[in-house]
Structure formats: structure tokens, C-alpha cells
Design a protein around this ligand. Structure first.
Ligand SMILES: Nc1ncnc2c1ncn2[C@@H]1O[C@H](COP(=O)(O)OP(=O)(O)OP(=O)(O)O)[C@@H](O)[C@H]1O
Ligand SMILES: [Mg+2]
Length: 644
């Protein structure tokens, strides 16, 4: 019959044999008395290899000395360090490898001194998960710390838990200033109430407005300025509480680019519209100016009527000037670009300005010495500088300083990212600065639009800057304007630099007034507009020429196909009927290589020029033209040899 004691001993044995944790018994000198199967597994020793030996064999080197000191100390003083407490130590297996373990030690007093019971719990697995956790947290931290986008964590009450370096840069707050505060400090006032309502609503109804979706909102920096940002918010639960993670992407640059593109598109549209109108008006004005001139000539004996005719002519010419500016704005004026030394050109404009501007305007020109030449129309460039100088004068009502500076400038990709329509490359910069009244943003946004003026009726047409804009764009350049109300304005014109030094020959000078050159040659006039056609015919006949007329290209080719004698073809460029003036000239020359050609147009199409259709010996007369101009141009054409 087993005794109670025996039964208990068997149970205890079972506990020790089957325990998952290691159980080890040692005596007061450290000798191992018992080593259970779990210990065998942990230390990879069999029990009989360990029992009777000192427990130090299960410890790595540096623990052994400590253990000796500890046991010594305990035996002398009874002071406990592990006993009844337990702590994390390192065990050593038979093969010398080590592992972390939790050791708790109990003391059992026996008649012949104490024995000690150690319970050993293997921590290898726990360490591994902890290390993995630590590593993944560190990786996450690195992502968050180096992210370009802002990352912010808030709790369910809106208190900021985390604020990464990108956020610090965006909002100009340090993390320390924001953590613990309500996230509302980062929002402009108008968003704050909405935010409160939003969180409350979400908590009560679970209804999402941003979470998992993201949207465009405004952020507010420490200094109170605001910026557009894209905010996407994710939600998670931490210890039973909601926390929200926000990713913030700064939209400032993108917004600016979008605005500029929209602005460029608007200018393009307005340009097309005004270009179209100007073109049609030019035809009308050609008739008006021409007929008025013709009437004036016929009315030599009627002084009173002749003055009326002259008035009509002058009004028509003023109209023509306006349409000319509109054409400039819509980038459809005929440019005669040559290589220009801008310093030289500004030098001569400077002299002109001294005589033109009020005396209380001090003019100051500063030149870059090694300035690259540019390829542009010098007359138009002069008039652009004049226009800007007049604007500057108007802005300095009680006097001031106007400065004109030149510089070589490279516009790089970064500049392009701010001004998407700009081609990166080498430019010459001409900057015109005044210290006048400047202008507020709403004005600044509109200054390049045609007919936008803040001047009184009759004082400004609102076409000055439009012309400058169109001219610079048509010359493949770029213009920007910077203004500070109360301080002044700078307009910067960038013209593409000619990187080879070869300066071309100077522009042909305008003909001076003299007796009209006339002739007896035969002219074929091709013009679809009946009024313009009849005006041309009358003008040419009055100059002595023999005139044949055609209404379009086909009609003209038919006439050229007969054997009538024709010395010069005078044709409009843009015509209905399938082909334009350039094509007509080319076809006509196939059968009549000796034919001279004079082209005319309300505008020279930019595309034709860029396609190199404007050849050197193609003469162009811009509409509306006066009789003198027609007479001179025609004579010039008749003097050149078409074979060349
Ligand atoms: N240097 C400047 N300083 C302050 N405002 C300017 C300056 N240049 C232009 N502006 C503003 O831009 C507007 C448009 O200028 P723009 O040259 O196109 O037309 P305008 O001078 O009003 O008329 P126009 O030049 O046709 O006689 C001006 O009315 C003015 O309000
Ligand atoms: Mg102006």
C-alpha cells in the first residue's frame, strides 16, 4: 500500500518530469542534485552528465565568478539577490552556445543546510520577437523621419502624438511645440470648428469624411500663413482607443504650376481672339486709310472736303496702330529679327528716354559687360523698353528712379518648374525697375491682358504690356513681372541668347519720305476682299502700273496660265480657295521663274515663319499699308533679280 508521503512524492516527481520549464536542485555548495528533462532539452546535457557537478558548468564564463562571489556572500551574510526574486540571466549549453533565460530560485531549508530550487524559463523566443519588434519599429521610425511628406499621429481627442521632421518643415513648428496639443493649431480658423464637428460626428455615427479617402485642405503655419495640402487619414486602434495617422502632402508648388498653366492658356485664348479681330479690322482699315488718301489727292481744289478726308485718314491710322498692337499681343506681327547687342540698343534708348520722360525721373542704366547678343526685332525691342519706361513714369507720379539693367541669365529646370511655359537655356535678361507705387496682386494678375488698364479713360489703352508680352513670346523669350505695393515694380524680359558671336548685318533702314516711286510694269493683284482689292488696284493704277486682278489663288493661276504679260505678283497670304499666298508664289514661279513677288498680310503667321517659309527674298508688306509704302516696296521688289 503506498503511503500518503509516497503518493505526494510521485506527484511531485510527475510535476518535475513533465514541466515545460527547467527544474534544477542544487545544494548549498552549488552541486547539482536534480536536473529534469526540460533542463536536459535546454542545456543539451543528460542529467547524469550534470548531477554531482557544480552548477557553474551551465553558465557562461563571466557569470561563474559572479556566482562564486554570490554564494560566498550568501553563506556568510544570508543576503539574497536572486532567491525569491528571479531575474534574467544567460545559460550555456553543452556546445558552448548561450541563451537568455529567466531564473527564479527558491530556498528550502533541510536539516543539513539549505538546498535551492531553480526554475528556468527559456527566453529565446521572447527575445527574438522583441528584437523583431524593435527592428520593425526602428525601420518604421526611419521611414517616418526621412519621409518627404508630413506624418502626424493624433488620438481620438485630436491631441498630437507624433509630428515628423517633414511636418516641422511644413508647419514651422518643432515637434516639441505641437505634441500634446490639439491638432487644430495646424488649421486655419475656418477649418477648426468643422474639425470638432467632424471628430464628434465620426465617434457617434462612424460616418467618414476624410478617413481612408483624403482630400485637399488648408494648413496653417506657426506664423499664421496658410498653404494648400493634400491630407489622407488612416485610422487604427491602440489599446482600445482610436488613433489617426495623417499623411500630408504639400500642394503649394502644384497649385502654383496649375495657376500658371491656366493663366498661359487664358492668354493664348485671348491672343487668338484679338488676333482674329485685328486681322479683319486691318482689312477694313486698309480700305479706309487708302480711300481717304485717294479722296484727299482728288480734292486738291476743295480745301474743306480735303480736311475731312485727312481726318478720316488719321483716324484710320490710329485704328491701325491699335490693331498693330493687338497683333503684337497675339504674336502675329511680322518680326524682322537680327542679332542685337542689347547694351548698345539700350544705350540709344537711354538717350531717347532722357528727352522723353519727365525731369523728376532719374534714369540709370547698368550693363553686363560681356553680354551675349540676342536674336530679335530691334524696333520692337525698343518700343517694348519705351512702353515699360512710360509705365514706370506713370507709377512714379512725384518722381523716382528708373533703372534698366542687362545680364546674362541661364534659366534652368528649376525655373521651369515654377514657370512651366519657359524653355530652359541661355537668355539675356533686360530688367526695368521703378520705385513707384507698385501694384496689388489683383492688378498684377491681369496686367498682360489686352485692354486692362487702371488709368483714366483716354490715358491708357491697356495694350502696352500686352504688346511687350506678345513680342517677347513671339521672340521665344519669357517675361515676368514682380511688384510690391508702395515699393515699386520690376519687369524682366528674357530673350534667347545667341551663343555664337557672329553678329549679323544691321536691319534695313526705313525709307524716308520722298517723291513716290512709280512704274509702268504689269502687276497681278490677288486679294479675296473686294474692298481691299479695289483699293490696291486704284493705288497701283494711280502710280502708273498696269493692273490685272484675281480673287483667289485659283483665279490667279488661271490668269498666269494665259499669255498676258506680268512682271510682279502682289498677293495676300491668307486666302480662301485651298492655297495661300506662299503656295501661289511657288506654283507661279514654276512656269514663270522671272516673276517677282510681293506678299501682303494682316499678319504673318508665326507658324509659317517658324517653318522657314519666310525666305530672305520674300518681300512682305504689312496691312494696312499706305500708298507710299506700297509704292516703295513694289519698287524694291522690281529692282531685285528673282534668279538670286
Ligand atoms: N511699372 C508699373 N507700376 C505700377 N503699375 C503698373 C506698372 N506697369 C503697369 N502697371 C499697371 O498695369 C496696367 C496695364 O499696363 P499697360 O502698359 O498694359 O497699359 P496702360 O499703361 O494702362 O496703357 P497703355 O500702355 O496702353 O497706354 C496699368 O494700367 C497699371 O495699372
Ligand atoms: Mg502702358
Amino acid at each position: 500500500m503506498p503511503t500518503v508521503k509516497n503518493t505526494e512524492a510521485a506527484w511531485l516527481r510527475a510535476v518535475v518530469e513533465t514541466a515545460v520549464d527547467g527544474v534544477i536542485l542544487i545544494d548549498s555548495r552549488g552541486r547539482v542534485l536534480l536536473f529534469n528533462p526540460a533542463c536536459e532539452k535546454l542545456f543539451q546535457y543528460r542529467a547524469d552528465e550534470v548531477i554531482g557537478s557544480n552548477v557553474k558548468m551551465l553558465m557562461p564564463g563571466h557569470y561563474r565568478d559572479e556566482h562564486d562571489r554570490y554564494v560566498d556572500n550568501f553563506n556568510r551574510t544570508g543576503e539574497r539577490k536572486i532567491i525569491g526574486v528571479g531575474r534574467e540571466v544567460v545559460g550555456q549549453r553543452k556546445d558552448g552556445s548561450t541563451f537568455p533565460m529567466d531564473l527564479s530560485v527558491g530556498e528550502a531549508k533541510q536539516e543539513d543546510g539549505s538546498i535551492f530550487v531553480g526554475i528556468i524559463h527559456d527566453l529565446t523566443e521572447r527575445e527574438r520577437t522583441e528584437r523583431a519588434l524593435r527592428e520593425s519599429a526602428a525601420r518604421l521610425r526611419a521611414v517616418v523621419d526621412t519621409a518627404v511628406d508630413g506624418v502626424i499621429l493624433i488620438d481620438a481627442h485630436g491631441n498630437v502624438l507624433m509630428f515628423n521632421p517633414a511636418c516641422e518643415k511644413l508647419f514651422h513648428y518643432t515637434a516639441g511645440e505641437v505634441i500634446g496639443k490639439n491638432v487644430k493649431v495646424l488649421m486655419p480658423a475656418s477649418y477648426r470648428d468643422e474639425h470638432d464637428g467632424y471628430i464628434k460626428n465620426y465617434r457617434e455615427t462612424g460616418h467618414r469624411k476624410i478617413i481612408g479617402i483624403g482630400r485637399e485642405v488648408m494648413g496653417q503655419r506657426k506664423d499664421g500663413t496658410t498653404f494648400p495640402m493634400d491630407l489622407s487619414v488612416g485610422e487604427t486602434k491602440h489599446e482600445g482607443e482610436f488613433i489617426f495617422a495623417g499623411i500630408i502632402h504639400d500642394l503649394t508648388d502644384r497649385k502654383r504650376t496649375e495657376e500658371q498653366l491656366a493663366q498661359a492658356q487664358k492668354m493664348e485664348m485671348v491672343g487668338q481672339l484679338s488676333g482674329g479681330i485685328a486681322h479683319d479690322f486691318n482689312n477694313l482699315l486698309t480700305v479706309i486709310v487708302g480711300n481717304a488718301e485717294f479722296l484727299g489727292d482728288q480734292l486738291k481744289s476743295r480745301e474743306d472736303l480735303r480736311r475731312l478726308a485727312e481726318d478720316i485718314g488719321r483716324a484710320g491710322e490710329r485704328g491701325a496702330e491699335l490693331t498693330q498692337r493687338l497683333l503684337a499681343f497675339s504674336r502675329r506681327q511680322t518680326l524682322r529679327p537680327i542679332a542685337i547687342d542689347c547694351n548698345e540698343l539700350i544705350g540709344s534708348v537711354h538717350k531717347l528716354l532722357i528727352r522723353t520722360l519727365r525731369e523728376d525721373i532719374v534714369i540709370n542704366s547698368v550693363f553686363e559687360p560681356e553680354l551675349h547678343p540676342v536674336y530679335a526685332d530691334p524696333g520692337q525691342l525698343e518700343s517694348a523698353i519705351l512702353n515699360l519706361s512710360l509705365n514706370a513714369q506713370d507709377a512714379m507720379t512725384s518722381g523716382g528712379r528708373l533703372s534698366i539693367t542687362t545680364a546674362n541669365a541661364s534659366l534652368d529646370d528649376q525655373y521651369q518648374s515654377l514657370h512651366p511655359e519657359v524653355r530652359p537655356g541661355d537668355y539675356v535678361l533686360i530688367a526695368i525697375t521703378d520705385n513707384g507705387e507698385g501694384m496689388p496682386k489683383p492688378v498684377l494678375d491681369k496686367v498682360f491682358e489686352p485692354f486692362f488698364t487702371t488709368k483714366e479713360v483716354g490715358k491708357g489703352s491697356g495694350l502696352g504690356l500686352s504688346m511687350v508680352y506678345g513680342f517677347i513670346k513671339q521672340s521665344n523669350g519669357h517675361v515676368s513681372i514682380y511688384s510690391e505695393p508702395g515699393l515699386g515694380t520690376t519687369v524682366r524680359m528674357y530673350l534667347p541668347a545667341l551663343m555664337s558671336k557672329a553678329l549679323e548685318e544691321p536691319a534695313p533702314r526705313r525709307a524716308k519720305h520722298a517723291d513716290l516711286p512709280s512704274g509702268r510694269e504689269a502687276v497681278l493683284v490677288v486679294e479675296d476682299d473686294p474692298f481691299v482689292r479695289s483699293h490696291a488696284i486704284r493705288s497701283l493704277e494711280s502710280l502708273g502700273y498696269r493692273v490685272t486682278a484675281a480673287v483667289d489663288g485659283n483665279d490667279a493661276l488661271q490668269k498666269l496660265g494665259t499669255d498676258i504679260h506680268i512682271d510682279v505678283l502682289f498677293t495676300d497670304i491668307v486666302m480662301p480657295g485651298g492655297f495661300n499666298g506662299w503656295e501661289l508664289a511657288a506654283r507661279a514661279r514654276q512656269t514663270r521663274p522671272e516673276l517677282r513677288v510681293l506678299l501682303t498680310s494682316g499678319y504673318a503667321l508665326e507658324t509659317l515663319i517658324t517653318h522657314k517659309r519666310l525666305r530672305d527674298h520674300d518681300a512682305i508688306l504689312t496691312k494696312p499699308y499706305r500708298k507710299v509704302e506700297l509704292a516703295r516696296r513694289l519698287r524694291e521688289v522690281l529692282m531685285i533679280n528673282p534668279q538670286q
